[in-house]
Design a binder for this molecule. Structure first.
Ligand SMILES: O=C(O)CCC(=O)C(=O)O
Ligand SMILES: [Fe+2]
Length: 275
């Protein structure tokens, strides 16, 4: 994975400006900047999820290549899970029957019980200062729980991508001061040649926020000039590669430090092979 720490975040994107917990809307300039034809941003607002209903409203936001305007499509499809790929941009129709609401508590519970918990820091377990990232994570396999398996199925159905070459689910937990420095999720052939040969690069990232964060913890895309405030159940999905397979550096992103509260995310990295 490329490690780039040389990115300066504009002051408007600093963590202190992310603490108002305003929900993102289409009129938000930041959001308009963040979306590009190659970056799909799905905001699944948990407010819109009714646990007993058969449909979920999904905000699929895309910037059209022609006029640079930002469109929002709110689509309710009660009976099917379909993903459409269109030239220039893509959108996704969803019916997940309140899935996110029911998935979050068991996933958190599993995380608490997980024996595969580990702490990610650049220099191991020693000091936390000036390290690349600081958070706890655990890996969940589909076999660990029907909830995990169902979430994988949902992602596959929504994105139209096979889960055959995905990584296990990564559950990440940031405590106070937890952060992840600017990085990209893809890697280069020469970094892990054997692994690359087996599954290809990380074509896409799926990230669901499993908690709100009282203050801080935003995910920042500095090259798009925008950030997303964590909101339980909201999901970001973006392609890390161009259609040609070339890596897309515009997907550089970071997790701002959590100032107050606790942040939980669930990541799924989807690989190229089999797609
Ligand atoms: O927690 C976030 O907001 C981002 C996490 C992330 O980028 C990663 O785990 O690769
Ligand atoms: Fe990342």
């Amino acid at each position: 994975m490329l490690r780039s720490t040389a990115v300066l975040l504009p002051s408007s994107l600093s963590p202190s400006s992310t603490n108002n917990q305003q929900p993102l809307t289409t009129s938000d300039n930041v959001l308009q900047q963040i979306v590009s034809p190659n970056l799909i941003l799905i905001i699944v607002s948990s407010d819109t999820i009714q646990s007993n209903s058969t449909s979920v409203t999904v905000f699929s936001i895309s910037k059209s290549t022609e006029d640079e305007t930002c469109d929002i499509n709110i689509i309710e499809q009660p009976s099917s899970l379909t993903a459409k790929k269109q030239s220039g941009f893509r959108w996704i129709h969803v019916d997940s029957s309140g899935f996110m609401d029911s998935a979050v508590p068991p996933l958190i519970c599993l995380e608490n019980r997980s024996s595969r918990i580990c702490m990610y820091t650049l220099y191991g377990w020693s000091t936390f200062i000036e390290q690349y990232y600081f958070y706890f994570s655990a890996w969940l396999r589909d076999e660990d729980s029907p909830v995990v398996a169902r979430l994988s199925q949902l992602i596959s159905a929504l994105t139209n991508l096979t889960m055959e070459t995905t990584e296990e689910f990564q559950i990440g937990n940031y405590g106070i001061g937890g952060y992840y420095s600017p990085h990209v999720d893809f890697y280069h052939k020469w970094e892990y040649p054997a692994y690359y040969h087996k599954v290809g690069n990380r074509i896409a990232t799926w990230m669901t926020y499993m908690s709100d964060v009282e203050w801080g913890g935003a995910t920042v895309f500095p090259l798009f000039g925008g950030y997303i405030t964590p909101k339980k159940g909201s999901t970001l999905f973006w392609y890390n590669l161009h259609a040609s397979g070339e890596v897309d550096y515009r997907t550089l992103h970071a997790a701002c430090p959590v100032l107050i509260g606790n942040k939980w995310v669930a990541n799924k990295w989807i690989h190229e092979y089999g797609q």
